[in-house]
Design a protein around this ligand. Structure first.
Ligand code: ARG
Length: 278
């Protein structure tokens, strides 16, 4: 099996400098030393899980650059660059572009395709051959149709109805082509039905664990890595033959992010119905 490749960005300049989601409060800044050790803990756990970590250089004044999930959507050797909804994050794009170009990805950034906002793997996750795509909070539904046409994949747009679960990866996590973790209350009734029809095996998390970012998990092989405080999900994952691991990420929760947000899988997620070209 090829080595899983994951992009991360060290939290040198991470902090709560603005408020663009309900988790962020500029009066409650992150503890710098603690954020560093928590990020390192995640990094080391992923290395221990068999992943190769590639690094993007941190940039002063871009506190959310650590959330590499939002850099773009990877599809084989192409990356669809994000178009951030909030001006506060738009300065990240040139750095994301430079990293992907240097890494040899074909950067797709067609203004025809990219009319409107799109926040990359934060809002678009493959489960089998279907790309589930969250809209309304950060990404535009129109954009999703363009992605489907461009990549030739089936896109299932789902509306995100709760501002606390503003990215799809805060409330939905594919584990395998036919299995995912989700927090149903983050979707409307129609979205719940559409997801249930598209993904045969679903594990629901309770509100208390959703608030611990249980759905914001990194999957490497059979390992599933989350923030601490998700014991019910972990028990269910173990029962289903997964290997759950926890690592504290509270400093990043202050920014509205956790394990998955801090990573971008470069070679194709386990749950995706495609693999990176050799
Ligand atoms: N503060 C960041 C924002 O609101 C957090 C991003 C979390 N990333 C994610 N993939 N959910 O944009």
């Amino acid at each position: 099996m090829p080595t899983p490749r994951i992009l991360m960005c060290p939290p040198d300049y991470f902090g709560i400098e603005y408020e663009i989601n309900p988790w962020m409060n500029v009066a409650v800044d992150a503890d710098h030393a603690l954020a560093n050790s928590q990020w390192r803990g995640l990094h080391d756990l992923l290395v221990d899980s068999g992943a190769t970590i590639e690094l993007m250089a941190p940039v002063k004044g871009l506190p959310d650059l650590v959330f590499t999930a939002n850099a773009g959507l990877i599809y084989q050797d192409r990356v669809l660059l994000s178009r951030f909804h909030h001006t506060q994050r738009q300065g990240e794009t040139p750095h994301d572009r430079a990293w992907f170009e240097a890494a040899g990805f074909e950067v797709v950034d067609d203004p025809q395709v990219s009319a409107g906002a799109f926040e990359g793997a934060g809002d678009a996750l493959f489960c089998g051959d279907t790309l589930l795509a969250g809209y309304r909070q950060r990404s535009d539904a129109l954009f999703h149709q363009a992605i489907g046409a461009l990549l030739g994949v089936r896109v299932l747009p789902v509306e995100l109805v709760d501002a606390r679960y503003y990215h799809l990866d805060t409330c939905f996590c594919p584990l395998a082509p036919d299995e995912a973790v989700w927090f149903p209350a983050a979707f409307d009734r129609y979205g719940q039905e559409a997801i249930a029809a598209a993904v045969p095996k679903l594990i629901s998390v309770e509100r208390g664990e959703a608030q611990r970012f249980a759905c914001n998990a990194v999957v490497v092989g059979r390992r599933v890595v989350t923030n601490t405080g998700c014991p019910k999900l972990h028990a269910e994952l173990a029962r289903r033959g997964y290997e759950p691991h926890e690592t504290p990420l509270d400093e990043f929760v202050k920014a509205g992010g956790s394990a998955k947000c801090l990573t971008l899988r470069l070679d194709g997620e386990e749950a995706a119905g495609w693999r990176a070209p050799p």
